[in-house]
Design a protein around this ligand. Structure first.
Ligand code: CO
Length: 160
């Protein structure tokens, strides 16, 4: 495993629509392992492949119950409810905003062996999944934010 460099704000790869993954090569397994390690080191809740410069449809995220989870070609097949909460992103250090998201999502995708996976999530995990899947479309949370936190608001948040 190896750490990969996290791409930041103005990097073009963050704005590209990522390509579907069709082949489950050793390179893909290496990418998923590296993404998990990079996310862990950066203390993120999730990471999408474009964030490490690879424009392919793969995400990793922390799943409270079962540790690190990975999904290839993830797709939201159902979403309901609406809830606004504060979000940040490893590619946008220091920026936080209020982002409305579906409260509950159902996601399908593939595991590292190419097997089908289905996942239901609510609350924070549902938010993380929507945020990471957005990355695969070249969408950042600041595009959806209804309000970006001011320095004062950030300061209050840090004190909590
Ligand atoms: Co992000």
């Amino acid at each position: 495993m190896a750490l990969r460099r996290i791409r930041r704000r103005d990097d073009f790869v963050l704005r590209k629509k990522a390509a579907k993954i069709n082949r489950f090569t050793p390179g893909l397994l290496q990418l998923l392992d590296d993404m998990a390690e990079t996310m862990g080191q950066a203390e993120g809740a999730g990471l999408a492949a474009p964030q490490v410069g690879i424009s392919k449809r793969a995400i990793v995220f922390q799943n409270n119950n079962s540790g690190i989870f990975e999904l290839v070609n993830p797709e939201i097949i159902m979403s309901k409810g609406n809830v606004t909460d504060i979000e940040g992103c490893l590619s946008l250090p220091g920026i936080y905003g209020e982002v409305p998201r579906a409260e509950h999502v159902q996601v399908i995708g593939l595991n590292r062996e190419g097997g089908e996976v289905q996942l239901e999530a609510q609350g924070f995990l549902a938010r993380v999944l929507q945020h990471e899947i957005d990355h695969l479309e070249g969408i950042l949370f600041i595009d959806r934010a209804t309000h970006l936190l001011t320095p004062d608001e950030l300061e209050k948040l840090r004190k909590k």
